[in-house]
Design a protein around this ligand. Structure first.
Ligand SMILES: [Zn+2]
Length: 448
């Protein structure tokens, strides 16, 4: 087609001529005189060539339309691809409006936090489902920064603190699990550990600020699909961070994008050296929340814990990494009524991912597969092999967490084991009934 399009009309006439003399026409013309013969032949040829040319022109026109249609399809596909990519990876770099701090900082009256709430905030058993929407959670976070003396000691502008927290809220997505409420839970658990373990006696205020700020920022702009998905689907995040903790790197980057705006920079009064420390410390802690590094970090902590030295910077950093890890996965430390809804949220997010992985032909992890996982099976292994060993190691340094944190974990493990036994028994009965039914059906068939 393209070759044809390149020829002009006259070129085509010349080219087509030899092919249009049909055998019957040449035979009938052979009886006539050479001159008449020639005239006839030329006229016949003229007609045939004109017809043929018209046909070819029509064909070129039709094929040309097809080319235009194909080109349109290509453009449509390209647009769709771009739209999908921007939806999958919509990130802070393209979505500037979320980063723009709110000018109108709402003022919530102080009295909204009762003394009862203030006291409850210091405990791991705090009911994080208490308030909807999130307004009171802002005040609680704000209260923690004030209560720990961070606002005073670091001369943080209280209005900037408010703006920063609102901006943080706006940069968490509405995922079933990785949302602003999860950010609040992790930060509140950090606050309660700081209080429970008297960490302010062991750590500098800068370390406390790093612990709290890393907790607040640790899942910023989480897309709801984990690192495995990012890497397997070769998303923009995985490409940008070379498959190395793409999500955690992204959370950090978003955090410091937010700090780069003067209106939201709670560290604006810091000297460069202090800012460098807070930046390095926060990055280290957020990157430590990648569960792919769980074994490595816990092993390193286990080596230090028996001879722990608070004067050793490396020991302190390692402890801070373990603390943020504990808080990040601490839902099962909370009372059953508070913890259980989180399992549903997590499974909902997992199922969204595994459904998408199936649709996209990517590998699916069994623990995310709605066909394979149940609440007890999801939790038992995690509590037994991840949570309890980690919290029991921390217990060596802080015996005060035994009752408030480790005991609830053991109770939760026992409860899920009971639930699993019930599930198994039900399945066995179900299987037995099913087997009997099919046996009866077979026997009935045989009798006939
Ligand atoms: Zn998290």
């Amino acid at each position: 087609l393209f070759a044809l399009l390149l020829f002009t009309k006259s070129q085509m006439q010349i080219l087509s001529l030899p092919f249009f003399i049909s055998p019957s026409l040449s035979l009938s013309l052979s009886h006539l005189s050479p001159s008449v013969h020639r005239a006839f032949k030329i006229n016949e040829l003229k007609t045939e060539v004109t017809n043929r040319l018209a046909m070819l022109e029509k064909r070129v026109e039709l094929e040309g339309m097809k080319v235009v249609e194909i080109e349109k399809c290509h453009n449509d596909i390209k647009k769709l691809r771009e739209e999908m990519a921007s939806r999958n990876n919509s990130n802070f770099l393209e979505d500037n409006k979320k980063l723009t701090p709110r000018r109108d900082v709402p003022s919530y009256p102080k009295y909204m936090l009762s003394q009862q709430t203030i006291d409850a905030l210091k405990k791991p058993g705090f009911d994080v489902w208490l308030w909807e929407p999130n307004e009171v959670r802002f005040i609680c976070l704000e209260h923690m920064y004030h209560d720990l003396g961070l606002v005073k000691d670091f001369n943080i502008n209280p209005i900037t603190l408010k703006r920063w927290l609102l901006c943080i809220h706006d940069n968490y997505r509405n995922n079933p699990f990785h949302n602003f409420r999860h950010c609040f839970c992790v930060t509140q658990m950090m606050y309660s550990m700081i209080c429970l373990c008297s960490l302010q006696e062991k750590f500098t205020q800068l370390d406390i600020l790093i612990l709290m700020t890393a907790a607040v920022c640790h899942d910023l702009d989480h897309p709801g699909f984990n690192n495995t998905y990012q890497i397997n689907a070769r998303t923009e995040l995985a490409v940008r961070y070379n498959d190395i903790s793409p999500l955690e790197n992204h959370h950090c980057a978003v955090a410091f994008q937010i700090f780069s705006q003067p209106d939201c920079n709670i560290f604006s009064n810091f000297d460069p050296e202090a800012f460098k420390q807070i930046r390095q410390g926060t990055i280290t802690l957020i990157l430590a929340t990648d569960m792919a590094r769980h074994g490595e970090i816990l092993d390193s902590f286990k080596q230090k814990v028996d001879n722990f030295d608070y004067a050793d910077e490396e020991h302190i950093t390692c402890l801070k990494m373990v603390l943020i890890k504990c808080c990040d996965i601490s839902n099962e430390v909370r009372p059953m009524e508070v913890a259980e809804p989180w399992v549903d949220c997590l499974l909902e997010e997992y199922f969204m991912q595994s459904d998408r992985e199936k649709a996209e032909g990517l590998p699916v992890a069994p623990f995310m597969d709605r066909e394979k996982v149940t609440k007890p099976t999801a939790q038992i292994g995690f509590i037994k092999f991840v949570l309890i060993p980690m919290f029991e190691t921390v217990l060596k340094l802080f015996p005060q967490i035994e009752e408030a944190m480790v005991q609830p974990l053991r109770e939760s493990r026992d409860r899920y084991e009971e639930l699993k036994q019930i599930d198994d028994a039900m399945n066995e009965v179900g299987g037995f009934v099913q087997k009997k039914k099919s046996e009866n059906l077979t026997m009935g068939g045989k009798k006939k």
